[in-house]
Every structure is written in C-alpha cells, then in structure tokens.
Design a protein around this ligand. Structure first.
Ligand SMILES: C[S@@+](CC[C@H](N)C(=O)[O-])C[C@H]1O[C@@H](n2cnc3c(N)ncnc32)[C@H](O)[C@@H]1O
Length: 376
C-alpha cells in the first residue's frame, strides 16, 4: 500500500499505473497494489505523491485485544525481523476497541516479541525512533492491517530541504498539486510566490524525469530479505532516465531570504541549473513562455501577515494575473477561502486537498486573452 494525503489518491494511483501496476486500487488516503521487493524499491524511488510504501503482512478481524493479538501472532515475524534487530510499532486509524491507538501498538508489539522469543530464543529491543524494522498497524473499526513500513522517513523528506524550520508545503503535496494541474514537464512553469521553492523544484524533478527518492535511503534497506544489488540496479536505471528539461521552470519571490533558500534547495535537489530563481514582486509577474502554467501557494494568513494586508495582496495577485498572464492557466493552493475571493477571478475548478491538518482548495483560473475586459 502506498499512503498519501487525502485528495491525492487518484494522482497516486495514476503514478502506480505508470509504474506498471494496472491493478492499483485507491481507498481513503492510500492506494493498494501488488508487487515483489523490486516493486517496493521502485515505488519508494519514483512515487512523487506517496507518503509511505507499506508491505502488508496480515489483515483480518481485530475487534478486541485478544483478536488483534491473535492476528499479530500469526505473522511470521521470524522471517521479517533478524536476531538482534530493533523494532517499533505505530498505529493509525480508528477502532472502538482501541480508542488509544498506542494500546493497539502495544498489543501488536507484545505478539511480535512473544513469537520471536519462542521461535528465535531471543527478544528484539524496542526503539521508538531509529528501529531497524518499523511495523505499521492500520485500524478500521473491527479490522486491522499489519504492515512493514518500507520507507522510514516519510517520502516527502526528499533530502533537499532542511527540516525543522517552518515547512510551508510538503514536497509530496507540491508534486500532487502539479500532477493534478496536468503538469508534465513540457509546459513553461512559473511559481511567482515560490518561498523555499518546493513547487518549482518538484516541477524541475518532473521535467528532468528525475526519481524524487534517488537522494535518500529507505527503511527496507535494513530488512533481512533486502537485496542490495536489486536496489542499486533500480537506482542506476533511475539515473539513466534523467533528461534535460524541454521547458522553463521559474521561481520568484519578493523576499531575499526566500530567494536564497530557493536557490540553495534547487542546487541540493540537483536541479540548480533547471530552476531559474528571481527576486521579484508578484505584481511584476512575467510569463515564462507561451502556454505557461502558473502554480503557486500564496501566504495563508495562518503564519504570515495581517488579514487586511493579505486581502490587498490577493487583489494585486488577481490583477497581475488579469493584466500580465493572458493565455496562461493559473493554479492556486489556497488555505483561506475568504482571502481567495479577493483575487476577483472565477475559478473554473476547485479541488479539496489537505496541507497537514489545513483543508485547502486548489483553484484553477483560465486567463483567456482579454480576461480583464470580461471581468469588468
Ligand atoms: C506560503 S509561502 C510559499 C511557500 C512555498 N510554496 C514553499 O514551498 O516554500 C508564500 C510566499 O509568498 C511570498 N510573497 C508574499 N508577498 C509577495 C509578493 N508581493 N511578491 C512575491 N512574493 C511574495 C512570501 O515571501 C512567501 O515566501
């Protein structure tokens, strides 16, 4: 199963189909597919919108503590945890018997430890942060799925952006927004409020056919059945698929600090040559070419600025789109719908997405020639 933010299920499914998994089926916040270990490696390397790739070990009734313990005891843990390895268990989802998901984790941990002690004669240690084997329990009312997490750090942590500071937009959501917008690397792309550059960098990774996970490692590299040669081959194949971009990718922002961060991150992501970074106010917007797409994530007001000033900024953004972007298509990820109204343009599509806990709308604006006249 590949998990994702809600709203990205269909683009994630399309990504899996493109990787050869025609059978991929989407559910809420996830897409399931079949495959061997090589498929797990490819999914981790290539999926742009998945948060994690999980390998399902067991699925069944788990309406009580005893039922979940029984389900977890039947997993052949001795095949997936080697002697001396550490484990951790995380649970998510909802079930009346496990209002506290930590209790479900404890039950599965006990079952795994008991079975390993009986079969291997030694018990694994639990390490809640850096465990060798990460076990994931998904609770859905009276049933549960028990899986191994093959990714480890979420796949949004591509390794090009420093973690720990304010994280305006996750890499997987930025890629999802681009794919929902129909971006395929052949259209000139502009993010005129680029911040740390996530949208432009993800666009450059798409445009150069780069595997987004190629600069990081995965938890499955510590699995007992890990095949290093197979992963190496998948990494080499990904390197060979890279190609020069065929259309411009431009990122601009009016804050010097953002411009510097954007340049640095693009370099770290290996697309420093592809992303053109400019210090520019959105009011001075210049399209990067005919048939351009504008994809941006303006300030929400959650973290930045006072509401009246922000409404003025959205009005100016709308004005810049009308006056300076005729013929383009603009996609805005808006975290505040009231603010988005100040743009003064009618959206032709609205898609609900989640940026962490914040419910957002991805709005599409078609900027026909003469939009401004029409608006009047
Ligand atoms: C929500 S952040 C964008 C975050 C970005 N998607 C990222 O991944 O880091 C909005 C950005 O808009 C920029 N901004 C605000 N007013 C602007 C203006 N008048 N012209 C250009 N950029 C502006 C801010 O500096 C900020 O970096």
């Amino acid at each position: 199963m590949a998990t994702c933010s809600r709203g990205l299920e269909e683009v994630l499914r399309a990504e899996l189909v493109a990787l050869g998994h025609e059978e991929a089926a989407s559910g809420r916040g996830m897409v399931s597919f079949r495959g061997d270990l090589a498929a797990v490696y490819r999914a981790n390397l290539w999926l742009r919108t998945a948060t994690r790739v999980l390998r399902l070990l067991s699925e069944g009734p788990a309406g009580t503590r005893e039922a979940l313990y029984e389900l977890a005891s039947r997993v052949p843990w001795e095949e997936v945890v080697a002697r001396g390895q550490t484990i951790m268990v995380e649970s998510a989802g909802t079930a009346p018997a496990f209002r506290n998901t930590g209790f479900a984790s404890l039950v599965v941990k006990d079952a795994a430890v008991d079975r390993l002690r009986a079969r291997l004669g030694s018990r694994p240690y639990v390490d809640r942060k850096l465990a060798d084997v990460r076990i994931h329990v998904h609770l859905a009312s009276a049933r549960a799925g028990i899986a191994l997490d093959s990714s480890g750090e979420p796949l949004s942590h591509r390794g090009y952006r420093p973690r720990g500071g304010p994280a305006p937009l996750s890499e997987t959501l930025a890629a999802g927004v681009l794919l929902l917008a129909g971006y395929d690397g052949t259209q000139p792309l502009l993010d005129p409020m680029a911040g740390t550059g996530t949208i432009a960098i993800e666009a450059a990774l798409i445009a150069t056919r780069a595997a987004p996970g190629s600069r990081r490692s995965f938890a499955c590299e510590r699995w007992p059945d890990h095949q290093p040669a197979c992963l190496l081959q998948a990494r080499q194949a990904a390197r060979l698929r890279r190609q020069p971009p065929t259309a411009a990718v431009v990122a601009s922002d009016n804050e010097a600090r953002a411009v510097a961060a954007c340049r640095r991150n693009a370099r770290e992501a290996g697309v420093g040559e592809t992303v053109k970074v400019e210090a520019k106010d959105v009011r001075e917007l210049v399209l990067p070419g005919p048939g351009a797409m504008i994809v941006t994530n303006p300030p929400y007001g959650e973290r930045l600025g006072d509401p009246a000033e922000l409404a003025g900024l959205y009005r100016d953004l709308g004005d810049a789109l009308k006056r300076r972007a005729s013929g383009a298509t603009a996609w805005l990820l808006a975290g505040n719908l009231e603010l988005a109204k100040s743009i003064g343009l009618r959206a032709s599509r609205r898609i609900v997405l989640f940026n962490g806990p914040i419910e957002c709308r991805l709005l599409r604006f078609d900027l026909y020639e003469g939009s401004r006249e029409l608006e009047r």
